[in-house]
Ligand binder design. Structure first.
Ligand SMILES: Nc1ncnc2c1ncn2[C@@H]1O[C@H](COP(=O)(O)OP(=O)(O)OP(=O)(O)O)[C@@H](O)[C@H]1O
Ligand SMILES: [Mg+2]
Length: 414
């Protein structure tokens, strides 16, 4: 729009305005030149009465012959005036005598004085006679309408962009596991994208629901059988080592089954809520201390963050359980800045060598299989923790702790 306006305005000024002004000025100058010629050729017209009459009746010029004398000093040139420069040029080329003009000021009259042999001819004429004076109104209209059009365009575009921003926000909060109310709005294409997003969200939710339902079924069936096992084992009176081993295996199996299930169930269905990290970490600290581990909790910044409380607690609890299992002293810190909530869990255990730090996140991967078979877990703790952090739009990474062991760092957007 702006380019179009500039081009139009330039072309208009250049072609129309200047040309018309030049023609009008030339016509006025010709009239004046003719009057001068008549005045000099017919000196019998005393006091130029007839000439004045013809000039004012036929040519719209008001003339007067002043006594001979010098022209007034030139008036200051206006900064930008087509009329002044065009008229000056025409008088110079067509009449070629000393002249003085006054086009300045807002009055409708312009004044031209020309030095003749017998006096000074003073001509008063209307400004519009020598100048395309209404042209700026055209420019004003052009600017005004383009301003209106631009405003409409801006309002319209804003209205179109808002639904796209809403869609982006809905997708982002879905990625963080938060439920938001989203209804497609705006242009057809934008609405189409919105519907596609809703459809995709529904499919993902359905897939998760199916997974949960299937697992619940499987677990129910297996649990029934395991319970029957346990019952039969309890009913057997003998106390042989084989039977003890069998009981232990069955216990282990049901524990593993629970672990797999909680992994597969994920955190579906829980709603996000503002959660006080101070409380959550204090509870974990109490658990760890009950197991005889010195634990330190530091919270900095606003302790309240929006997460799914149970899932998030399970995520941190898994990390703390690992620290409890591998270390003696534990330090937990939580820090919140405007964008991220960062929680670190440090211990003074053996740590995880750098080339295994991604490996251990895989389900069922355990490094200490050989170290302590008995109290071993299932190798799902870190996988679950990362799953939960990612479903909040964040992640878990492992590193080296200043306490000598492992540092697990959880970062989720708030
Ligand atoms: N704090 C830690 N210090 C040293 N090694 C660790 C630590 N945390 C985890 N690991 C290593 O990473 C492996 C995987 O941990 P993960 O929590 O996934 O499983 P797990 O603790 O063995 O079992 P689960 O957590 O399911 O009971 C562990 O077997 C262990 O070798
Ligand atoms: Mg673990």
């Amino acid at each position: 729009m702006v380019i179009l306006q500039s081009v139009l305005a330039y072309a208009f000024m250049e072609r129309h305005w200047q040309t018309v002004t030049r023609r009008l000025s030339a016509a006025v100058t010709q009239d004046i030149a003719a009057l001068i010629d008549v005045a000099e050729s017919y000196p019998q017209d005393k006091d130029y009465e007839t000439l004045s009459r013809i000039a004012s009746d036929r040519l719209g010029l008001d003339i007067e012959m002043l006594p001979p004398g010098p022209l007034p000093p030139p008036a200051p040139k206006p900064f930008f005036s087509i009329l002044d420069s065009t008229l000056s040029r025409e008088i110079r080329t067509q009449i070629g005598r000393p002249y003085w003009i006054d086009t300045v000021g807002r009055s409708n009259i312009i004044e031209v004085r020309i030095q003749l042999d017998k006096g000074v001819l003073r001509v008063l004429t209307r400004r519009s006679q020598a100048y395309a004076s209404n042209s700026h109104i055209f420019l004003m209209w052009m600017l005004g309408t383009s301003f209106v059009l631009l405003s409409i365009a801006v309002i319209f575009l804003r209205n179109q962009i808002r639904p796209i921003l809403k869609l982006a926000a809905a997708a982002e909060s879905f990625g963080k596991g938060r439920d938001t109310d989203f209804r497609p709005r705006g242009a057809r294409e934008v609405r189409q994208a919105g519907h596609a997003f809703i459809e995709m969200r529904r499919r993902i939710e359905r897939a998760m629901e199916q997974r949960t339902a299937m697992l619940n079924g499987v677990s129910h069936d297996l649990r029934t059988i395991l319970t029957r096992f346990k019952l039969s084992l309890a009913l057997m009176d003998e106390d042989t080592p084989e039977l003890d081993a069998l009981k232990k295996d069955v216990d282990e199996m049901s524990r593993m089954l629970e672990a797999y299930l909680s992994f597969a169930r994920g955190d579906a269905g829980e709603q996000s809520a503002p959660t006080d990290m101070g409380w959550l970490l204090e509870e974990l600290k109490a658990d760890a201390e009950r197991q005889g581990h010195a634990t330190e909790v530091t919270v900095s910044g606003d302790p309240v963050a929006t997460v799914r409380p149970d899932a998030f607690k399970r995520c941190i609890a898994n990390l703390v359980t690992n620290a409890v299992r591998h270390g003696n002293r534990i330090a937990i810190t939580a820090a919140r800045d405007p964008r991220w909530l960062t929680i670190t869990v440090d211990d003074d255990g053996p740590g995880v060598p750098p080339d295994h730090r991604e490996e251990v996140f895989k389900p069922f991967v355990r490094l200490d299989e050989a170290r302590n078979v008995d109290e071993g877990g299932t190798g799902l703790g870190l996988a679950i923790a990362r799953d939960i952090a990612r479903s909040h739009g964040g992640d878990v990474v492992l590193g080296e702790s200043p306490m000598g062991g492992l540092r697990a760092l959880v970062r989720v957007p708030v």
